[in-house]
Design a protein around this ligand. Sequence first.
Ligand SMILES: O=C(O)CCC(=O)C(=O)O
Length: 331
Amino acid sequence: MSTTQESRTTLRIDALYTFWHLMRHETSSSEGMPWDLKSTLLAGLGLNHLEVLRYLKTHRPSFEAFEAWIAALRDDGFAESERERLRRALAGHAVGSPIGALDTVEGLGEAELAQWDEEGYVIVRQAVRTEDAEAAELAIYEHLGMSRDDPESWYSKTLGHTIWVPLLRHPALVATRFAPRVVKAFAQLWGREDLWATVDQAGLNPPERPGWLFPGPKLHWDCTLARPHHLEIQGILYLAETEEAQGAFCCVPGFHKRLNPWLDSLPEGVDPRAEALRTMTAKPIAAGRGDLVLWHQSLPHGSSPNRASRPRVVQYVSMRPTRWDYNPEWI
Ligand SMILES: O=C(O)CCC(=O)C(=O)O
């Protein structure tokens, strides 16, 4: 970065300028900046990937305008210590967990770690305190202009026909995203603490009724199926009690160990994603308010129709280290 650019940079994160420059020139490959560093940059800035791409594409801002947009989004207070942690990580220095020492935080026990290994998913019980989960649940209803106790309000069309809720930085959702037991569980499963929380959305899946049928997501993978496959951990935090029939998260337990032989067994020309949807049965995972379900990205997974009487209200949560192994080929 030249001196002129540096002096114009208010956040003083060089990689942000590089990222803006690459996006401006529509360099979509990992040329110039590998995917894991882009992801760390955006997570460290507290930004959602899609919101950034949409903003850059729609507004084609100058770098100054881009930084001003970020500063306005982060008016929740983007501490200098947070920015320094990001600068250090991007420069290749070791950094600790986003919330400091985790030694005294209760982690996953032996049985839970064994389940993760065997089945590729685990439920972190009471990952978030009940009252914090409920505060996040109520923030979602409020954001949507709905009332938890008024079924008619659950079907207002503000979002269109979807279960996704683009509420990204409400303080109640930031608190749950960085809850100590959430961070600790990710640190145990990754085996490291230099973690960055992706800024994911929330979700509200109301009971089906005529005119409102479950829109998906049905069984899928979010990752490439190209080999070699790598670890990534996805997560869903239940903000209210969720029964199996209440639109629970579903997955195919243990499939992270079977993905390779299964791919080998497919006849030439068969689309694995369509085949999984056609042939596999997923297990619904019921859990309580404040419980976090984590799963290995190699498990086919999806949501399910809500046949109960109350909405399923969730927050999507994930953490990745500064750098991780990934396969850039998409199939
Ligand atoms: O909402 C759910 O239960 C499924 C979430 C999902 O499919 C995903 O995060 O990729």
